[in-house]
Ligand binder design. Sequence first.
Ligand code: ZN
Length: 404
Amino acid sequence: MIELIVFTLVAAFVLEASLEQLNQGSALKKPDPLVADLYDKTGREKSIKYGAEKNRSSLLSSALSLSVLILALTFGWFADLDRQISKSIDNALLTSLVFIWLLSVISWWISLPFTLYSTFSIEKRYGFNTTTLKLFIVDSVKGTLISLVIGGPVLALVIWLYQEFQGSFWIYAWALVAAVSLFMFMFGTKLILPLFNKLTPLPGGDLRTAISNYCDSQGYSLKNLYVMDGSKRSTKANAFFSGLGKSKTIVLFDTLIEKLTQDEIVAVLAHEIGHYKKRHTLASFTASNFQTFAIFALFGWALQYDQLSETLGAATPSFHLSALTFFILLTPLQIVFGLINNSLSRRNELAADTFAAQTYKRAPMRSALSKISTDSLSNLTPHPLYVAFNYTHPPLVARLRNVG
Ligand SMILES: [Zn+2]
């Protein structure tokens, strides 16, 4: 089975590398007349170079992770680590927790040089990065603490459920994960985001009046509309909708407000309200729960096979070693789920654009999309396969054509 595990990992990497390669070639293609004059010659060259540098860095990062994983599989490092932890901790649940935590720490350190290079070299050189090293460290510490405080107990409960219920644990574990993700879905923006960013209600003035008039016309309450200080990390403009029902929230980055005209900002806001009106968040939440249900069901079934642990070189099977093998072997299914989710998301983006064009105005929606795209040096001619695997938002040409 170890051959199958290595094959799965290598195949996933080859797929990723081939898609990057295809996309590199596609970036050099002549753009559609719709977007042909959005970049001047230097702008286009800059966009191609930026894309190439980002691709190279992410491929190198994947290649390093893959190499370390293959070494670990070949030399039985996972079983060694398991033995070391079990020696000092005489408790199966704690052993699993420490093992999983250590693996995530190690993988964080492996990708750290690439994260640093991407943030402080690539993003900096192209004028996007505003993160300081101090902020980067503070963010990392906060991120780790949050994952320990929220992820730790959830993981501990899942392992405990497995110890108590064995074969039928997965249904309880799924229900637990679904409940936690529902909570995060509704309150994540309110509880977690303020730990990283300052959210302020949009101040009174022309923009607020224009937004308020539009919201009134749509019967949408303006209660949770915030401006976020995105500029403290990047100059890239963004906006998003989150939450369900009463917890619905729209966040506009300060960079968006700075770069777009008033009409364009209202159009972007109308797009976000479109996500709410068309129940997109509810749909994607439901879809992701179906997927975790399928994954947990498979996981529950697979855990009865001790070979999952033994193939990593362990003498005694354990939850964490079996889980590791299981999730590597699950990669093809995860890729299929990714394709489905991306396609669903891209369809929703087009529907939200249409909503904004119909309920507000067409022209500012078009110019806002063009500005946001070119401002972030995005690739105007991505390869369709690369889009299918990686894009949650359609390429600019498709969005402009859809808005009409
Ligand atoms: Zn959207």
